[in-house]
Design a protein around this ligand. Sequence first.
Ligand SMILES: Cc1ncc(COP(=O)(O)OP(=O)(O)O)c(N)n1
Ligand SMILES: Cc1nc(C(=O)O)sc1CCOP(=O)(O)O
Ligand SMILES: [Mg+2]
Length: 221
Amino acid sequence: MTDPSTWHVYLVTDRSFSLGRSTLEVVEAAVSGGVSAVQLREKDLCTRDFYREGVQLREFLRSHRVPLIINDRIDIALALDADGVHMGQEDMPLSRARQILGPDRIIGISINELDQITDESVELADYLAISPVFSTPTKPDATAPWGLEGVKKVRSLTNLPLVAIGSIKLQNAREVVLAGSDCIAVVTAITAAPDIAGATRQLVDEVRQAKSIRQNDTAKQ
Ligand SMILES: Cc1ncc(COP(=O)(O)OP(=O)(O)O)c(N)n1
Ligand SMILES: Cc1nc(C(=O)O)sc1CCOP(=O)(O)O
Ligand SMILES: [Mg+2]
């Protein structure tokens, strides 16, 4: 299992924000730009089509050694032999998801409120998603945004790897990482970019630089 604290940019797919390109096309270009992980997120597909889409991505991502995470659906993750799942607070409880998926698959969990961090099952997760850092039109039903102060607060409360999501772009990626996130998760900064590989490369460089600044600052303290 790859350690999510080493990830830089995590692509979350969304066919409706991909400028007419297929999810496979988007993922291929994002991988050539250096994404660390890909989450297949399909809120409207039937099980059969979700699975078929996953088969295509799994073959490609496996050959490039990039982890495939499935949103919401443990059954599809198992059927695909995917690397992990992302669960929200309204999805399968973490403790049950861990029992089903075993110790080796990655499980990420969305954190929308502070008291969710102190829930004892949280330690069963491999990463926490700070959800959302900034409000975003891509997910209109997201909860209230954490802001950068929220990212700092979460960082002070846990050593688990942190993934920040919600309106993260090249312009604000650095401040999100300096506030304490290990990785950024994005939809439209990649899926809606005219040059997906180029946009991904820029995001990866930005996060890499910010992580190295943060590590140097921590070493000095
Ligand atoms: C990396 C990442 N973070 C947060 C989410 C949101 O998960 P959830 O709250 O379950 O909402 P849906 O994505 O299922 O609509 C995510 N998918 N990925
Ligand atoms: C899938 C998802 N989950 C979120 C959360 O807050 O839990 S925000 C989000 C969409 C993020 O899209 P963009 O990078 O285009 O803002
Ligand atoms: Mg969910």
